[in-house]
Design a binder for this molecule. Structure first.
Ligand SMILES: NC(=O)c1ccc[n+]([C@@H]2O[C@H](COP(=O)([O-])OP(=O)(O)OC[C@H]3O[C@@H](n4cnc5c(N)ncnc54)[C@H](OP(=O)(O)O)[C@@H]3O)[C@@H](O)[C@H]2O)c1
Length: 433
């Protein structure tokens, strides 16, 4: 990039949807103040879209639009390509070709970075280009920059995140409005907080994508996306959310990365969080990431995890960062010193406290047999709560356990759920402290 001579940085945008429109608007509306702040003028020189005739929320000169992203990649006056189309292919090929053509890249594409991050980061290094991806995790929260730079001297031992606003909105509605999963989802869709097809969000895949990116930076290790254990929120019932609340817990979909002696725990699942935990009060579409570093100690990052302008804010911070760092040389140390893929512990190796809800026959001896089976598998009971039921035959029994092994728990539940006194599959939720 030769912005020193021209004082103008050429931008090529691939995608003019939610985030692309935000970036376009910010660049149009804040061009003068950005120029004042950093002494460089940004000029959008081409925008690639899928359908050039589509009606847009923003007025764009027709001459800027193309249906062929290759035009941007071939344009020597474009220094930074901002990829905001999403999906794996052909986004991966566009980015690789942009590096090969000597351009820097900014992307919000979490799916691509989670599943093909190594190849993309290696390509950036091979061509000595920069890659900005702040917008790929938690929209407006500068968590990537914090992990790459602000916390660079820390050994990070744990990160806990509420990284999907759709799920957090649904869980908040279930808890506060006492409406079930499907009704909460419909509400989220009506307000534009959930996609028509919400599978990626509610099944935990989007959170796992973000966890893969965060864990890579936090633990400085290559992460294989497939090794992340993922459970979503689709089967959560209002009953368990309410029982959890009575016991002093909120239910949240958590993305968890923890360094253990033997390897790294990486998992996404709904979990009970004590009501006084800082993440318990993260409500609605908000996101938050709780990080523990050996020097900085506990940190909490909080903000809007998605949306046109929060995400555009992250994209623009990367663009400015690229321009500012160009003098420092192209090699990105935060990405070059990764350890090879290390051991990601299987979820069966996990030790956790558990919330268990049994649907048990309302007769003497049943509770004793449950307790005996748990004991046989080395699972100690912290508390037992028998609930009233309109169903005369069976009652809900909630048990909180002390820390136990997931493997032992699964074995115990196989035995318990096979008993004729247990009428439904036992509900298991992990308790995060
Ligand atoms: N939305 C958010 O709040 C958010 C937050 C964080 C990260 N992200 C990430 O940001 C990226 C963009 O998300 P978005 O919500 O802005 O998506 P979107 O609204 O669906 O927009 C996608 C854009 O890409 C264009 N496009 C798709 N395929 C293309 C192709 N083959 N060639 C040229 N253009 C193509 C579309 O063109 P047409 O307009 O002609 O259809 C559209 O303008 C995704 O990776 C997403 O995961 C989004």
């Amino acid at each position: 990039m030769n912005h020193k001579n021209s004082q103008t940085v050429g931008i090529g945008l691939i995608g003019l949807g939610t985030v692309g429109t935000g970036v376009y608007r910010v660049l149009q509306g804040h061009a003068a103040s950005l120029e004042k702040k950093i002494g460089v003028r940004f000029e959008i020189r081409k925008i690639a879209v899928k359908n050039i005739s589509k009606k847009r929320a923003v007025k764009v000169p027709r001459v800027l639009l193309t249906q062929n992203p290759q035009e941007l990649l071939d344009d020597p006056k474009i220094h930074i390509v901002i990829e905001l189309a999403g999906g794996i292919h052909p986004a991966k090929e566009w980015i690789e070709r942009a590096f090969a053509a000597g351009k820097h890249v900014v992307t919000a594409n979490k799916a691509l970075l989670a599943e093909h991050g190594s190849e993309i980061f290696k390509a950036a290094q091979r061509y000595e280009r920069r890659l900005g991806f702040e917008a790929s995790v938690c929209g407006g929260i500068p968590i990537i920059k914090s992990l790459r730079e602000g916390l660079v001297s820390n050994e990070i031992s744990q990160l806990l995140g509420i990284v999907n606003g759709t799920c957090n909105f649904i869980l908040t509605a279930m808890s506060e409005k006492s409406i079930d999963f499907l009704e909460s989802l419909a509400k989220a869709q009506k307000l534009g907080y959930a996609e028509k097809n919400p599978a990626f969000d509610v099944r935990g895949i989007d959170s796992a994508h973000k966890l893969a990116i965060l864990a890579r930076l936090a633990f400085r290790q290559e992460i294989s996306f497939e090794s992340i254990a993922v459970e979503g929120i689709e089967s959560l019932s209002i009953t368990d959310i309410e029982y959890a609340k009575e016991l002093g817990y909120a239910v949240k979909l958590l993305a968890i990365g923890k360094k253990q002696k033997e390897g790294i725990e990486l998992r996404v699942h709904p979990a009970l969080l004590p009501l006084d935990h800082p993440l318990s009060n993260v409500k609605g579409v908000y996101n938050a990431v709780f990080v523990h570093g050996d020097q900085a100690d506990d940190l909490l990052f909080y903000g809007r995890g998605a949306g046109m302008f929060p995400t555009a804010s992250a994209v623009l911070s990367d663009v400015v960062d690229i321009v500012k760092k160009i003098e420092a040389g192209p090699v990105d140390s935060a990405l070059s010193a990764m350890l090879p893929a290390g051991c990601i512990l299987p979820i069966t190796d996990l030790r956790s406290r558990y919330y268990l809800r049994f649907q048990a026959a309302d007769k003497p001896g049943v509770l004793g047999r449950i307790a005996q089976t748990l004991g046989k598998h080395h699972i100690s009971i912290l508390s037992v709560h028998q609930k009233e039921s309109e169903n005369a035959k069976s009652v809900p029994v909630v048990i909180l356990t002390y820390e136990a092994s997931e493997k032992d728990l699964r074995n115990a539940l196989r035995t318990i759920d096979a008993q004729k006194d247990i009428s439904e599959k036992t509900v298991v939720l992990r308790v995060q402290r």
